[in-house]
Design a protein around this ligand. Structure first.
Ligand SMILES: Nc1nc2c(ncn2[C@@H]2O[C@H](COP(=O)(O)OP(=O)(O)OP(=O)(O)O)[C@@H](O)[C@H]2O)c(=O)[nH]1
Ligand SMILES: [Mg+2]
Length: 480
């Protein structure tokens, strides 16, 4: 991406037709450049108007200027617009910003951008406005990421989490660890300088206790990442079972839409189908899969390997059984095989005469010696009558998030980037503690504290490089 000294512009509203289309301009020449393309009804220049107030005006442009045309004389009125200016540093980017609000037609906003580029602006790259906000110190990196999470939020919970981060909830915690670490490092380094005089700037046990507390707090943040991810991305719930037990029927019943093909023929579903449903503000992402069985059919085999891949990625499994038929060896096989994740066992087709009871299933699960600690719950349902479906949705939510997050108001980490850096920070602190015990060399301790500080700094963007920034801002849309 380019330097900060040029002026950028982009359409800030979504593509397509809408009531209003907003073009945003940011940079030191923003007022001057925009003044070339708008004429305000009050006849003032854009350079003289009050900031943060809307002014009515006209968008004027001559798309095909002839060589002897005089600026604005040959220009045509292309739209009626509202214009607002924001002065640096009190704007989103921290620079001078102009917003031109036209009618929301794709041609209009494109023409406004073209006119602006002719007048000296450059089209912005994805996320460039937010990147400028970061580079100008308006946001730190976790807040910039939270802007993206806010835009992309698909549930009220993920929106709330993004807003907590945007308000600086995560940065605040990271910064307080950094501040504490900087102080400890200063003590340790002082020790290095005056070591020979045997000055104890900080008692060793005090240093160790402080480091241990910090490791504990950071590791708690790392642990929160799983719940944070689920809230941000939704609960990945994979429906699995042998053919014809009613997986697709259940998907349709939960969605209340006829989404997946249902038929009496086993092996109906081939591809993995994904749909989402909202429960209590949390998004549940449902994946319907191909029934699992021995098959020589090439397409069916491909479907099953896709099902397996989806199962590996799942947060929760919905294992479906047909209670109107005795359990098969295959059903028993699934129970043993897929026992690593929280799972909901559904006894479907409750409207038909019963061949299998909940107790039968529970007995098999209980007998399974390789059973791990993953939670198993049981629900009796019918995709045809809708029995048990409400209970199913409620249980999914609870199973995925469980009691992982007991802190209530404590900060959650929701991005892998943060989790990885927090792990690095914690590891370095462990190493520092080990160095105190092993060598007691202040240099070794200081080195590890600096590594930890560096990792924490990368989270908020105090320490960073162009590659990381590009990676983060590439995900944004143009105009944000
Ligand atoms: N009576 C009754 N029939 C059901 C119920 N659920 C599904 N069925 C029927 O069972 C048959 C198979 O349903 P599907 O939903 O296609 O089963 P599936 O598990 O997706 O099957 P594959 O895609 O082949 O793996 C269809 O004839 C459904 O109408 C139920 O709760 N009660
Ligand atoms: Mg199916």
């Amino acid at each position: 991406m380019s330097a900060l000294d040029d002026t950028i512009c982009a359409v800030a509203t979504p593509a397509g037709e809408g009531g209003v289309g907003i073009v945003r301009v940011s940079g030191s020449q923003a007022f001057f450049i925009a003044s070339n393309i708008v004429r305000l009804r009050c006849a003032k220049s854009l350079l003289d108007i009050k900031p943060y107030q809307l002014y009515l005006g006209k968008f004027l442009w001559d798309p095909l200027p002839t060589s002897n045309s005089v600026k604005q004389d040959s220009a045509t009125v292309l739209d009626e617009v509202l214009v607002v200016i924001m002065r640096a540093p009190r704007s989103y980017t921290g620079e001078d910003v102009v917003e031109v609000h036209g009618h929301g037609g794709p041609l209009i906003v494109r023409a406004i951008c073209e006119a602006l580029t002719q007048a000296g602006a450059r089209m912005a790259e994805p996320g460039e406005f937010t990147k400028r906000a970061f580079l100008n110190g308006r946001l730190d990196l976790t807040q910039a990421e939270a802007v993206l999470d806010t835009i992309q939020a698909k549930s009220l919970h993920s929106l709330k989490l993004a807003q907590e981060h945007l308000q600086g909830g995560l940065s605040g915690v990271i910064q307080s660890h950094r501040d504490a670490l900087v102080k400890l490092l200063a003590h340790v380094e002082a020790e290095m300088d005056f070591g020979e005089e045997d000055i104890q700037f900080i008692e060793q046990h005090e240093l160790k206790e402080k480091l241990r507390n910090m490791v504990g707090a950071i590791e708690q943040l790392v642990e929160s990442a799983e719940e944070g991810r689920i809230i941000r991305e939704g609960i990945r719930t994979v429906i699995l079972g042998r053919p014809n037990v009613g997986k697709s029927s259940l998907l349709n019943a939960i969605l209340d839409v006829n989404r997946a093909i249902v038929s009496q023929t086993p092996g109906t579903t081939r591809d993995v189908l994904e749909e989402s449903v909202m429960v209590d503000g949390v998004m549940i992402r449902l994946f319907d899969t191909a029934g699992l069985r021995e098959s020589t059919d090439e397409i069916e085999q491909e479907g099953m390997s896709r099902a397996e891949a989806a199962i590996q990625q799942a947060d929760v499994l919905i294992m479906v059984f047909d209670q109107s038929q005795t359990l098969t060896a295959q059903d028993r096989g699934f129970i043993k095989q897929y026992n690593q994740k929280p799972r909901l066992m559904l006894l479907n087709k409750q409207d038909l005469p019963q061949e299998v009871s909940l107790e039968d299933l529970q007995a098999i699960v209980g007998r399974d010696e390789s059973q791990t600690e993953s939670t198993t719950e049981y629900i009796q349902v019918s995709a045809v009558t809708g029995k048990g479906l409400e209970q199913l949705k409620q249980r999914l939510n609870a199973l995925a998030i469980g009691n992982r997050h007991e802190g209530g108001d404590s900060v959650l980490v929701s991005r892998l980037r943060h989790k990885v850096l927090l792990q690095q920070a914690a590891e370095a602190l462990h190493n520092a503690l080990a160095a105190i015990d092993d060598t007691q060399l202040a240099e070794c301790v200081a080195l590890e504290l600096r590594v930890s500080l560096q990792a924490l700094g990368e989270i908020v963007g105090i320490v960073t490089n162009e590659d990381i920034l590009d990676q983060i801002f590439r995900e944004f849309c143009i105009g944000k």
